[in-house]
Structure formats: C-alpha cells, structure tokens
Design a protein around this ligand. Structure first.
Ligand SMILES: C[S@@+](CC[C@H](N)C(=O)[O-])C[C@H]1O[C@@H](n2cnc3c(N)ncnc32)[C@H](O)[C@@H]1O
Length: 260
C-alpha cells in the first residue's frame, strides 16, 4: 500500500460522522432482533443463509461494522468477534448498544484497508454495506485475504452493478427506473452529485471475480437478492417494484483457498 493514505478515507469518515445519528433507530431495532435480517429490504437470514448457523469458537470479524449489529448476531451464535469501523459516531452507538445488550466482543476503530491483525487470524469475515461499499476493493480484499485462515470465508453484501447503473443522480429525482443511466464498463470509484464528499466503490461482476481469484478466493455463491413483493425500504433511491424484477443488492460468498 502507498505510504500516503488515500483522500477518500477521511471524506467517507466525515460523511459517516454526519450520518451516524440517523442510524441509531435502525441500530436499536437490529440489535434487539433475535433473527438476523439483511440489506435495504430486511431479507431474513432464514432465506438468505449468510451466517454459519453455529459459530461456536469461530474467530469472526466485521469489516466496516457501523453500529455492529451483525457482530452482535455473530456473537450470539458463539463466535469470538471483532468489529472494526473508522467512524467515531458509529462506534459510539455500537458501544452503547453493546452495553445495553451485555454482549462481550471487541469494537475497534480502524480501516478495512489496513487491519491491525496478524495473517491468518480469522475464520470468518463479513461486511454488510461497510468495507464492501465504502473501502477501495483493491485495498480491502487483499487485507481480508491476509487476515483469513486458509478455508476461511468472506461474505459481503453491496449494491448490484445493475442498481448502480439505474440509480438517479439525485435522490430528489425519485427512485431508480428501468433506464441504464451510466456505463457498466469502467465502474469503480463513484461520487454521487448528491454527496460529492463521499466515495463509493463498485465493480463489475467480471472485475469482482478477477480480484477475488487473484487474492486466493474461490467463489462459492453469488446471491442476487430478490425481495418479496410486499417488501418495503426506508431508502428513497430504491423501488420495491424494480427490485422484484432486477437485483438491487447482491452478496458474494467466497472462501480462501487452501495453499498448495
Ligand atoms: C452502512 S454502514 C455499514 C454498517 C451496517 N451494516 C449498516 O448497513 O448500517 C457503513 C460503514 O462503513 C464505514 N466505513 C467507511 N469507510 C470505511 C473503511 N475504509 N473501512 C471500513 N469501514 C468503513 C462507515 O464508517 C460506516 O459505519
């Protein structure tokens, strides 16, 4: 990695520091929920199957944990968990929730691009719209590969490339429609005109596959999320009817290959 930290890191922390208060209500509901649910459509774990049912004794890490409810769910399944995120406001909510729910796991400040853990120290890594969306994949995927044991699993949920092509420039323009508004090829760093200080990262499927394979992962599943017709969301850029026809979100489930 270059010695100079990339500029987008601080831009994204500043943006999340501002958004943090708006994520408290969701944190409270998610921490209180016995059953995990995922993404903007709140798809139940019973249909998504993203977590091992029994995580007893597994070393697990959440990359870009936000308010750390995914970590809480993993902790309740028996994992030894570390939750890492760079934004103080998000971590403050996570720590407050942790105290209220009396769950014991590590909550650390840090970036997914430079993890303060030794090689091969985790069995399981997950990111739900954390590193998966807000960190540079060419920096965080190699770090995830480094800290996972051989045979360890990486699961990450983010927007589908199709959604990225169809979302409106401005949220005030309404939800996404059926038109392709921007190119597929070359998808990488994105600064939406609505919030130019924030940088999201999106890759084409071909680029995800190439990057994951180059870092020693084999691909087990790509879950393209199809919400039920009655699903609703709090996010104005998304449209439930659209989402029943095309995937707004996807989950990559990959495994670090054994060394030969
Ligand atoms: C949407 S939250 C993800 C947490 C939660 N699963 C959720 O969906 O609300 C996005 C998080 O990514 C974090 N983030 C931003 N840049 C990051 C980076 N470089 N590495 C890890 N996390 C980052 C932000 O601080 C924020 O808490």
């Amino acid at each position: 990695m270059n010695s100079q930290p990339p500029k987008y890191l601080q831009g994204n922390v500043d943006a999340w520091q501002e958004k943090a208060a708006g994520y408290v209500a969701h944190a409270e509901a998610a921490w209180a929920s016995e059953h995990p649910f995922w993404g903007i459509w709140r798809i139940p774990e019973s249909s998504a199957g993203l977590l091992p049912p029994d995580m007893s004794g597994m070393a697990a890490i959440e990359l870009g944990c936000g308010t750390a409810y995914v970590s809480a769910w993993m902790c309740r399944r028996g994992a030894n968990v570390v939750a890492i995120d760079p934004t103080p406001g998000q971590l403050a909510t996570a720590r407050r929730m942790q105290k209220a729910h009396r769950l014991d796991f590590g909550i650390e400040r840090g970036f997914a691009e430079s993890l303060p853990y030794p090689d091969g120290s985790f069995d399981f890594a997950i990111s739900e719209y954390g590193a998966a969306l807000w960190a540079d994949p060419f920096r965080w995927v190699p770090e995830a590969a480094r800290i996972l044991k051989c045979g360890g699993q990486l699961v990450f949920l983010t927007n589908s490339p199709l959604a990225v092509m169809c979302e409106q420039d401005f949220e005030s323009d309404g939800p996404m429609g059926p038109e392709l508004l921007r190119p597929y090829f070359g998808m990488y760093k994105m600064n939406w005109p609505d919030c130019p200080g924030e940088t999201e990262f999106h890759l084409t499927h071909g680029d995800w596959i190439a990057l994951l394979r180059a870092n020693g992962f084999s691909i087990e599943r790509l879950v393209e999320i199809e919400p039920p017709p009655e699903a609703t969301t709090d996010f104005a850029w998304a449209d439930p009817e659209w989402a029943t026809q095309w995937p707004t979100e996807e989950v990559w489930i990959v495994k670090k290959r054994q060394q030969r």
